[in-house]
Design a protein around this ligand. Structure first.
Ligand code: ATP
Ligand code: MG
Length: 355
């Protein structure tokens, strides 16, 4: 199986959040990959042609008044909804679009890479989104590898609780649930040719994850609570604009090597800081020497995650890399071809090779 097979991302929502996505079915019980991200939930499955299909949905929702008027409006706009605890709920991409139209904020089940402590409806909502993108197991007990972040260096996060919660949720759906570190998944997706040796980085919405692996065995994994949301929050503060405006500036196709105005300059400053912060932390791990293998040959660095999609990301990364005296030889520094789906694909690869 190659990891650059044709893919079909951003499946449009169909009605009924519980209904499985038909393309997610496969006769070959090779397992599935699931990326549970703060911003997006993605499921990767083998399709009938032997390629990979990835279904992506925003990890967001919106609750709308439970009155006839609201329901009629949603029906007229052809927006699918579900009723949960007596509330009319719009899920995923549709929630995001509707929120933009009405100038509202969506509610988010996850925060900083983990299930949100302040969102009571988080788990049932995520269960609906996961059911939608993942579908039912091809056979009972099919393996489902799901992504989890590593323990964070800079905040006290409780990965154990998050992992346990989703392991239970996926098991109840009829799968055998197995947790896989998010950056380790990037190595499975992108570094097959290097015998799964190298550094995988996932720059997501809630955090950045790093993993160093030798022949597929992870030696070091960590996360930092800085990602796309952190950039948006800071840009919003320094410019005095709403966070959603900051997200818009960042995603509208700018190039962080060449900021065109004060707004883009702010985005570029925080990007550089994020990249340098992650690199410094990897460097100190190598220097501390704990659990680090000796690499005889130069190793590659593969970057993935939505935050790595900004224009000029890899160039700025190489620039910051050149500034620090990195302790080991590095070969290629590159971004995954499809940065948004690499983690889900890596989880699928791990399931397929029985990692
Ligand atoms: N074209 C783009 N340019 C810059 N940033 C982008 C672009 N597209 C998406 N993003 C950012 O990517 C982030 C989402 O990335 P991703 O889906 O990888 O995160 P996630 O896996 O859901 O989060 P996490 O891994 O932190 O839990 C958001 O902050 C979003 O603003
Ligand atoms: Mg992620």
């Amino acid at each position: 199986m190659t990891h650059d097979d044709s893919m079909n991302t951003n499946e449009p929502m169909d009605t009924g959040a519980q209904s499985p996505v038909s393309e997610a079915q496969t006769d070959i019980a090779l397992g599935k990959g699931l990326d549970l991200g703060t911003a997006n939930i993605a499921a990767a499955v083998q399709n009938d042609e032997g390629g990979i299909t990835v279904n992506v949905e925003r990890n967001a929702f919106l609750d709308i008044g439970d009155d006839v008027y609201s329901k009629n409006m949603l029906t007229k706009l052809k927006v699918p909804y579900v009723v949960h605890n007596g509330k009319v709920i719009v899920l995923g991409e549709a929630a995001f679009e509707l929120a933009n139209v009405f100038g509202k904020n969506t509610r988010r089940p996850m925060q900083d890479g983990l299930i949100s402590p302040g969102e009571v409806d988080a788990l049932p909502i995520m269960k609906m989104i996961v059911s939608k993108v993942l579908g039912e197991p091809a056979q009972p007990g099919e393996n489902c590898y799901f992504s989890v972040p590593a323990e964070s260096l800079d905040i006290d996060n409780n990965v154990v609780y998050h992992e346990g919660l989703f392991s239970g949720l996926i098991s109840k759906m009829g799968y055998t649930a197995r947790a896989l570190n998010e950056a380790h998944a990037v190595i499975f997706a992108e570094l097959a040719e290097a015998d799964f040796t190298g550094i995988g980085l996932s720059f997501g919405g809630g955090m950045a994850n790093a993993c160093v692996a030798y022949k597929s065995i992870p030696c070091v994994s960590f996360s930092v609570a800085r990602g796309g949301d952190w950039i948006d929050r800071n840009v919003s503060q320094v410019l005095g604009v709403k966070q959603s405006k900051a997200t818009y500036i960042k995603e509208r196709g700018i190039d962080i090597r060449d900021p065109k105005n004060r707004e883009e300059e702010a985005v570029a400053i925080y990007y550089r800081n994020l990249i340098s912060y992650v690199l410094q932390n990897i460097k100190s791990r190598f220097e501390a020497g704990q659990n680090m293998p000796t690499f005889n040959d130069a190793i590659d660095i593969a970057c993935a995650g939505g935050t790595s999609m900004v224009g000029g990301f890899i160039e700025v990364f190489r620039d910051e890399f050149a500034k620090i005296d990195f302790p080991i030889p590095v070969g290629r520094i590159f971004r995954a071809e499809d940065a948004l789906t690499a983690v889900a694909k890596g989880c699928l690869v791990a399931a397929a090779i029985g990692e």
